[in-house]
Design a binder for this molecule. Structure first.
Ligand SMILES: N[C@@H](CCC(=O)N[C@@H](CS)C(=O)NCC(=O)O)C(=O)O
Length: 267
């Protein structure tokens, strides 16, 4: 049977989380990319309109957490993403990372991009997004995210988040011991957009920042990149749409990263 196919937006941190989980579990997969300007088409497959979506034959797995659970159940190598004795703690930490680190890191990363669009290179974004003209787009994203109202809260939250990670690590290589779990995967993926922006936003000086970056370095598989892969073709859409009709979509956590700015994708 053909490898499962992950529908992704290459720089999306939820897609990164899904890929890192698949890789940790040693599950072979391929990727197909949707672009920012075609993101709205994902609704044909997933009513939530978000990626990642994994297609395994005629079945879809929607949402990064569901992909991790799916990968863990098919694990070929490596440590469990949700080890039985730690399952509740790992799930709780993962949910915290998605809901708390994710939105702050996204808003801060976009604020840094407005200050210096050249940082887009570090996110693996295309050339046009590194030019001053791209500021208008980053501003659009921040407006969609209603980021202005979170400005003070975000800069207060990030030191607390980093201190929380540092305290949980307490010198261990991973959050819950010597092996990475879904908690580490989620934490690292949610924080990743902030890495290139940390100096600009002043977080690189935080006492726990190097611990958080070290964790990311240990968790992030070298084989996954934010570089574009093959684009979705009409046959891919047909296959995903067919699978979506056969799969009762499991409820994904009511969380979304609105990197698909309405102006571009929902107009
Ligand atoms: N609950 C989903 C959320 C995924 C998500 O928000 N993905 C973003 C990309 S990072 C997306 O597709 N956004 C499209 C939109 O909001 O229109 C998960 O955990 O995977």
């Amino acid at each position: 049977m053909a490898d499962p196919v992950l529908l992704r937006l290459p720089f999306s941190h939820f897609c990164r989380k899904a890929e890192w989980g698949l890789t940790q579990a040693g599950v072979a997969y391929s990727t197909v990319d949707v672009g920012l300007f075609t993101l709205r088409d994902v609704r044909r497959v997933n009513p939530e309109g978000t990626v990642p979506v994994l297609r395994d034959g005629d079945r879809l797995v929607v949402g990064a957490s569901n992909v991790l659970a799916w990968a863990d159940a098919r694990r070929v190598v490596g440590p469990a993403l949700y080890p039985a004795p730690l399952r509740a703690e790992v799930r709780a930490w993962e949910a915290w990372a998605d809901a708390t680190i994710g939105p702050v890191a996204r808003r801060e990363a976009y604020r840094a991009l407005i200050a210096d669009p050249r940082l887009a290179r570090g996110h693996g974004l295309p050339f046009w997004s590194r030019t001053p003209a791209a500021r208008r787009i980053y501003l659009g994203v921040l407006k969609t995210l209603k980021a202005r109202r979170f400005e003070a809260a975000d800069s207060a939250a990030m030191p607390v988040i980093v201190a929380h990670i540092q305290a949980q690590l307490a010198g261990k290589p991973f959050l819950f011991g010597n092996e990475p779990t879904a908690a580490d995967v989620a934490t690292a993926a949610m924080l990743e957009p902030l890495v290139v922006s940390a100096p600009e936003r002043g977080y690189a000086r935080l006492p726990g920042w190097s611990d958080a970056v070290g964790l990311m370095g240990r968790v992030r598989p070298a084989t996954t990149t934010r570089t574009a892969s093959r684009k979705m073709r009409s046959l891919d859409w047909t296959r995903f749409i067919t699978a979506s009709k056969l799969t009762p979509i499991e409820a994904a956590p009511a969380l979304r990263c609105e990197c698909g700015v309405p102006d571009w994708t929902k107009a």
